[in-house]
Design a binder for this molecule. Structure first.
Ligand SMILES: NC(=O)c1ccc[n+]([C@@H]2O[C@H](COP(=O)([O-])OP(=O)(O)OC[C@H]3O[C@@H](n4cnc5c(N)ncnc54)[C@H](O)[C@@H]3O)[C@@H](O)[C@H]2O)c1
Length: 422
């Protein structure tokens, strides 16, 4: 095994293409990680990644090993291939989980069984009991499991967290968050899995702002109700594509969250997102507003691109993920999408470094010390410090499938969710 850890990305879809693979290539360029493989359900997305012009331009000479091979028939599925690929990696490698939400759990189980460190896109899993199981096994083996809530690495969230904890805003009382994805999303592969029986728009993207409020304030949610409107995808499947949630927090504060797949394709941003919270001070109120969809840039182009969502007038965000020319070969990815992957992979590398040159028992114990540190710092989401999110998801699913009834969350020994009793 080379000194640099190998990386296997399981899932070759949209998030791998626009954020994960370029971030991993950049870290490979910087000498932090070694060989990269990508495993998908079939060769179709792998061919898209291999032919991606932007990736080729930004990272000339970089490539990934494809599982299944790119010359297999695009219709031929390999649903269990990830198990073999993960098992063949040297122990202590890195598995990045980027498959649809309901498949995170089996991929994580396979990675833990093969002693691999894990970076998982949000949500970690859909059940709290699964998050607890993952936390226990990972700690016993001294393996990192990180949940990639990339908004945590947005400087504005880190600044807000610091100031809130210094008491600058007062105590959160009432607020509103929105994360609205464009209408054309319903034409993507999304329509095959983000359907009523698996997920909904609150579960899919609402968790970002629930996590932001927790990340900033440290508060935990205690009740959730989600009203959802079903709509038809182009393939005829049904999804909750318009949702409205109310999240009540342990101090009785309330966050109202709107999530839709309905931001106009001709709108100026890639989506609409932001947070506004009002807080109570001693003799005045505080306020925190993040206009996350508008970061002060206004462009008007003379030619319009041909991709869905391309517009003449545009308000691009420079903050999530962009490529810039910084000299040297290719292009350099910048933004909190990149920083989030870098932060997690660097934490994993710290665990790999402390394991070098000592026996197995000592290596596990050294890694466990680091794992506790990551949990307590609370910057990197881990099962130990973020599995309240799984309880919110469970509560949200119970609520939306029951017309928006209020569902209470219990923490501690009897943690779980149940309908509110009047
Ligand atoms: N803001 C965020 O943090 C963010 C944004 C987008 C997506 N995501 C998450 O990323 C995950 C993937 O989303 P996406 O939009 O890239 O989805 P996608 O539908 O574009 O891609 C899913 C990929 O998973 C692969 N896959 C499916 N079954 C597989 C199997 N058995 N073995 C190996 N690969 C398999 C498919 O081939 C495909 O490449 C989801 O969990 C989603 O919630 C997070």
């Amino acid at each position: 095994m080379s000194k640099m850890p190998q990386i296997c990305i399981v899932g070759g879809g949209m998030i791998t293409q626009v954020q994960i693979l370029p971030s991993v290539y950049q870290l490979q360029r910087l000498g932090l990680v070694g060989e990269v493989s990508v495993c998908a359900l079939n060769s179709a997305p792998l061919n898209v990644l291999a032919q991606d012009q932007m990736l080729k331009k930004a990272f000339p000479g970089h490539s990934f090993k494809a599982y299944p091979s790119t010359d297999t028939e695009p219709q031929q599925n390999f649903p269990d291939l990830f198990r073999e690929v993960i098992e063949k990696l040297p122990k202590g490698s890195i598995v990045i989980v980027a498959v649809p939400d309901q498949l995170h759990y089996p991929v994580i189980q396979a990675a833990l069984a093969s002693e691999q460190h894990i970076c998982c896109v949000k949500p970690l899993v859909l059940k709290y009991s699964q998050a607890l199981e993952i936390e226990k096994i990972a700690y016993e083996k001294g393996l990192v499991v990180a949940v990639e809530y990339h908004k945590r690495l947005d400087d504005r969230a880190l600044i807000a967290r610091q100031l809130y904890r210094e008491g600058k805003f007062g105590e959160f009382r009432i607020g509103h968050a929105e994360m609205n994805e464009p209408y054309y999303y319903r034409h993507s592969n999304f329509q095959n899995w983000c359907t009523v029986e698996n997920s909904d728009m609150f579960t899919y993207v609402g968790c970002h702002y629930v996590d932001q409020v927790h990340f900033i304030t440290g508060l935990l949610p205690r009740a959730v109700s989600v009203y959802g409107i079903k709509d038809t995808y182009p393939n005829g499947k049904m999804g909750y594509l318009w949702t409205d949630a109310r999240v009540i927090w342990e101090n009785d504060a309330c966050l109202h969250v709107t999530n839709i797949t309905g931001y106009p394709d001709d709108g100026p941003g890639g989506n609409f997102q932001g947070l506004r919270i009002y807080c109570r001070g001693e003799d005045k109120s505080g306020m925190l507003v993040h206009n996350d969809q508008y970061r002060g840039i206004e462009h008007c182009y003379v030619k319009k691109g041909s991709e869905p969502g391309d517009t003449y007038y545009s308000e691009p965000s420079p903050d999530y993920f962009k490529y810039v020319e910084l000299g040297g070969e290719g292009l350099t990815p910048v933004g909190y999408g990149y920083r989030s992957i870098e932060y997690i992979l660097k934490n994993i590398c710290k665990c790999i470094d402390v394991s070098a040159g000592v026996d197995h028992k000592q290596a596990v114990s050294r890694r466990q010390k680091l794992l506790k540190q990551f949990d307590n710092e609370g910057i990197m989401a881990t099962p130990a410090n973020s599995s309240y999110n799984e309880l919110v998801t469970e509560a949200a699913r119970l609520s939306i499938l029951n017309g928006g009834r209020k569902v209470e969350i219990t923490y501690g020994k009897n943690a779980g969710v149940d309908f509110h009793k009047d």
